[in-house]
Design a protein around this ligand. Sequence first.
Ligand code: MN
Length: 345
Amino acid sequence: MMKTRTADGGVLPSIDCIGDIHGELPALEATLAELGYEKAKDWKHPEGRRLLFLGDLVDRGAHSLEVSELVMRLTGEGRAACIMGNHEYNLVAWDMRLPGYEKPKHSNARTVEDVEARRGRWNPVLGFFRALPLSYAFEGLRVIHACWHRESLEAAAALRASAESMAHVLAVPEWGRAHLALTSPFTETGLKTGLPPKPAPKEDAAHEVLIKGYEVPADRPFQDSDGKVRTMARATWWLQDAARTLVLQDDAVEVVGHYWNLPPVVEQFCPPFPSGHPDLRSWQKRLASSVPSRGRVHTDAKTVCVDYNGLTLVSDGIACVGAYRWPEREVVWATAARTRTVLDD
Ligand SMILES: [Mn+2]
C-alpha cells in the first residue's frame, strides 16, 4: 500500500473520511462498524485508523447532540478531526446572533429548540463547532464540506494557516502535518468581518461559498423544497469547467459532502445534479432501490462526494452514512433505521 507523506516527511495515518451524518447516530454507528471500528472498544480501530468528519453532524435526525458529542470527544482524544459544514456554521451563527442569523432557520429549528432545552450539554459542543476549520489539505488528499471555489479561496487566502498552526488546531503530533488548513471563520478576524451584513445576502461571503457551494443561473426556474421559486441553482462544480472556477492544480483526491448523493450506483461518485435541482429528487428515487444496504467500492475518481443523504431523503425509514477510505481509495457505506419519520430538507 502506498503511504502518503506529510509536509514534514512523516507518513499520514490511514484515514476514514465520514460524510454528512445529520443526527443519525444508528447509521453513523453502522458505518463505523463497517469500517472496522469497534463500539465495544469505544470506537477504537484495530489498525489505529483515524476519522475525519466532513461536517453536517447536526439537524434532521434525532441525535444531533449525541453525534456531536461523540465527534467532539474522539477529536479531543486525537483519534478524529472534523471540518465545518454549513449546518454547524448556521448553528454557531445563530448562537452568536450574527446579523442575518438571529432567528433559527427552517433547517435547524428543532436543533435550536434542543440547544435551548439542553444548554449545559450543548455549550461545549457549540464551542467545538465554533473552532472547526473549513478544510484540510494533505499530500494527495483534500477535504472541504462543499467545494474548492477559486475566487472564494483567493478571497480567503490570507487566512490559510501554516502547518504550524495546523498542529495547534489538532493538538496531536502525528496529525499536525497537513500542508494547508483554512481555519474557522469564527476565530479569524478577516473572515469574521466578511460575514454577511444582512439576511439573505445576494453574494455570499467567501467562507460560506466554500461550505455551501456556489450558485449559477438555473436551466429553468424551479421550486425548491420549501416551494419557493428559484432562478439560481447550486453548481455541479465537479461536472463543469474546472479552470473557470476551481483550484485543481494538483492531482489530489477531493472528498466532499453536502450534495445529497447516493452510494455509488453505476460507478458514479458524485451526483449528476446539485442539491436543490428539480431533477435530483427523481434521480434519487429512481436509483435508491438498487443501492445495497451496505457496501464498499474502489474508485480512482478525483472528486468523491460521500454525503449519502440522497438515500436518506427518498427511502422509507432508512438513513445512510458514507465514508472514503484513504489511502485505499474506497467508498464504504452502511444504513440503519432512520431516527425521524418526517424529514425536512
Ligand atoms: Mn451541507
